[in-house]
Ligand binder design. Structure first.
Ligand code: HGY
Ligand code: MN
Ligand code: MN
Length: 441
């Protein structure tokens, strides 16, 4: 199977939902997402493989050589961020299709019958831009999130996941294949591989991450007629909180903590009305869980002082808390051997971004691979990776997949997770932080 056909497919999919500056906008269960899903379905049918769509919209292409044997699953996600990059996720799905096709051709040509079957997956809503949390479809598959709760999640317009999937014809009923192993290849979304001139990143662990759901409640009033002393301006308070979320990184070593508020909703959002309510989502991540917890504690203390000073109410809820997850040692060594066999340079690397492999690593021995990102940018239209690096990555994924379906990790444990200390001081994943200046959610 030629790399030219892979590149032709990749660039064809990059045209679906394309944006003016070389990005894509294919948010989960939108019409554009549906078009890439249709593309995937047609490709799989033309390959003669069985297509399954499960009840959270995950799509699986099945190559079943041994009826009843479990599947090694390979793939990633076709959904994107708003005005996102054309490589994030899509590269991993299309590379997986072509890796599977290469392996299928070998088996058809009389090659050794693999011990495990093979499935290619397009996970639903990895990105979490429209429906939070991210990594949704694979986390439901792995039993980390409740299917029913996720189907009820709504976007900012009030549309639920199930309504949106139903609307694009991808709310399936099929049973997802049982996983004997998992492999995913993805752009690094950072600068390390590019800086060091290395072709393949072998991901050994994922960062500790959590989100904060912050609701700031002021009082609506007239921007012209209300005395300043009488205002309870939710947007002023929220603006200060946004800067707190950024500035708290300065309490720690350079780059030890990353944080931003990426989503803000404002009510009533009128130029003549002092804001009554602002809803913010903050994202906190670190390679050291104690750094995130210390940053969170400082933020909650500072927000409480702000709430008192401006006589406003603030609800703070922890959610989407992800512990550090480590990929199995045997999988790291396997990937390094495959890279060496292909003459590719490789290095172990942590992932700061979440991935479907982080969820899958809890239920099946998983291998996560990176290829370089130019300038390390992602989740933006400027995201870029060269054709050459993508093709090398495809060779790498094919080699790792061959080993996995032959049973290379059959006796390997799944990944390990550092305990999530759910006894976060002052709050837990369900309830609002007990902020004296706040109301409980
Ligand atoms: O959550 C993440 O880090 C991923 O990019 N969706
Ligand atoms: Mn991704
Ligand atoms: Mn992403």
């Amino acid at each position: 199977m030629t790399s030219a056909s892979f590149l032709s497919d990749f660039h064809a999919v990059a045209a679906i939902g394309a944006t003016p500056n070389n990005g894509v906008d294919r948010q989960a269960a939108t019409a554009e997402d549906a078009l890439t899903r249709d593309w995937f379905a047609v490709w799989v049918q033309e390959a003669g493989w069985e297509l399954r769509v499960d009840s959270i919209g995950n799509m699986f292409a099945l190559l079943e050589w041994t009826p009843g044997a479990p599947f090694v699953i390979i793939g990633s996600h076709l959904d994107s961020q708003p005005l996102g990059g054309r490589f994030d996720g899509a590269y991993g799905v299309i590379a997986a299709l072509h890796a599977a096709r290469r392996i299928s051709a070998d088996v058809d040509a009389g090659g050794e019958l693999p011990r495990f079957n093979l499935a290619v997956v397009n996970w639903f809503n990895e990105e979490g831009g429209r429906f939070a949390p991210s990594i949704m479809g694979s986390s439901v598959y792995a039993g980390l999130l409740s299917r029913d709760q996720m189907l009820a999640v709504t976007d900012l317009q009030g549309t639920s996941v199930s309504e949106a999937l139903e609307g694009i014809g991808y709310l399936g009923t099929a049973e997802a294949p049982a996983a004997a192993g998992y492999a995913e290849i993805h752009i690094e979304q950072g600068r390390i591989l590019e800086r060091e001139g290395i072709s393949i990143g072998v991901v050994d662990s994922s960062w500790y991450t959590q989100k904060l759901d912050i609701e700031v409640l002021g009082e609506q009033s007239h921007t012209g007629a209300t005395a300043m002393a009488d205002r309870h301006d939710a947007l002023v308070a929220a603006s200060r909180i946004i800067l707190m979320v950024h500035d708290v990184t300065e309490e720690f070593a350079d780059e030890a903590l990353v944080s931003s508020v990426g989503q803000l909703t404002l009510e009533p959002n009128s130029p003549i009305v002092v804001a009554r309510r602002v809803h913010l989502i903050a994202d906190l991540r670190s390679g050291d869980p104690e750094v995130v917890k210390a940053a969170r504690a400082k933020l909650i203390g500072d927000i409480d002082a702000l709430a008192r000073k401006y006589d406003i109410k603030v609800n703070v809820k922890d959610f989407d808390i992800r512990p550090i997850r480590r990929f199995p040692q045997e999988g790291l060594e396997l990937a390094e051997q495959v890279a060496a066999g292909l003459g590719l340079s490789s290095r172990r690397i942590q992932t700061m971004a979440g991935h479907d492999s982080v969820a899958m690593n809890t239920v099946a021995p998983s291998v996560m691979l990176f290829i370089p990102s130019v300038d390390g940018v992602s989740h933006c239209e400027r995201e870029f990776t060269t054709d050459e690096d993508m093709v090398l990555g495809l060779d790498m994924l094919t080699g790792v997949t061959r080993e996995l379906i032959s049973g290379a990790l059959a006796n390997s444990a799944t990944g390990s997770s550092d305990a999530v200390n759910s006894a976060l001081p002052g709050a837990d994943a369900e309830n609002a932080a007990a902020l004296p200046g706040a109301v409980r959610a």
